[in-house]
Design a protein around this ligand. Structure first.
Ligand code: FE2
Length: 204
């Protein structure tokens, strides 16, 4: 009996495999084209981190909204016209403090609250990252440019199918009183994942 081949040079490319799957759908009378176009549009235009940035800015500017966000994230973001898929049953906002830094991941795959904070970056899905971020989170953060003081506790939250997270960063003191639109401009996807922190103004 022949040994299984380990030569993968003949493996179809990703594009070829996608085309083959689309062809199978079409064979069964389904039309994947419009569905793919719709999802591509949503990913590029609707599921953007600017949504979460609006949420963070509102929480900074409106203490009542912040309380509602911390109590029931999904209901609070709905106040801003933002929705989540039905299977994202919970949105948990994790508030950073001077002594606690929150970090989200998905050890199984790539789950995020993608309609709120945007689609997961490639590194978020990387096998090494997913394995290391829960074991040596402080080291991983340092490698990504976030060197947290040793006295700051790092809490890592593993996303599940029905519970999604977003990090609520601390508001930089120099932005106190800014309008929400301006506040939203400084909040990034990386900050809402917890691998970046908002830069403080350079000491003069
Ligand atoms: Fe996942």
């Amino acid at each position: 009996m022949a040994e299984p081949s380990s030569d993968f040079s003949q493996t179809a490319s990703l594009e070829q495999r996608v085309a083959a799957i689309e062809a199978v759908f079409e064979t069964h009378g389904m039309q994947p084209g419009p569905f793919i176009a719709g999802m591509t549009h949503a990913a590029a235009e609707e599921w953007v981190p600017q949504n979460g940035a609006r949420v963070v800015a509102k929480a900074w500017a409106d203490p009542g909204f912040k309380q509602r966000l911390l109590q029931n994230g999904k209901a609070a973001v709905a106040e801003l016209g933002l929705s989540m898929p039905a299977h994202h049953r919970h949105l948990v906002a994790l508030e950073n403090t001077t002594s606690v830094h929150n970090l989200i991941c998905c050890t199984l795959c790539s789950c995020t609250a993608f309609t709120i904070i945007g689609l997961p970056p490639d590194w978020y899905k990387d096998l090494d990252y997913r394995a290391r971020v829960v074991r040596e989170s402080r080291t991983v953060l340092r490698e990504m440019g976030l060197d947290l003081a040793p006295e700051i506790e790092i809490r890592v939250w593993d996303t599940t199918t029905d519970t999604r997270y977003m990090v609520l960063p601390q508001q930089p003191p120099h932005t106190a009183g800014w309008p929400e639109q301006e506040l939203a401009k400084i909040v990034t996807k990386e900050v809402m994942i917890g691998v970046a922190s908002l830069a403080l103004p350079a000491a003069s």
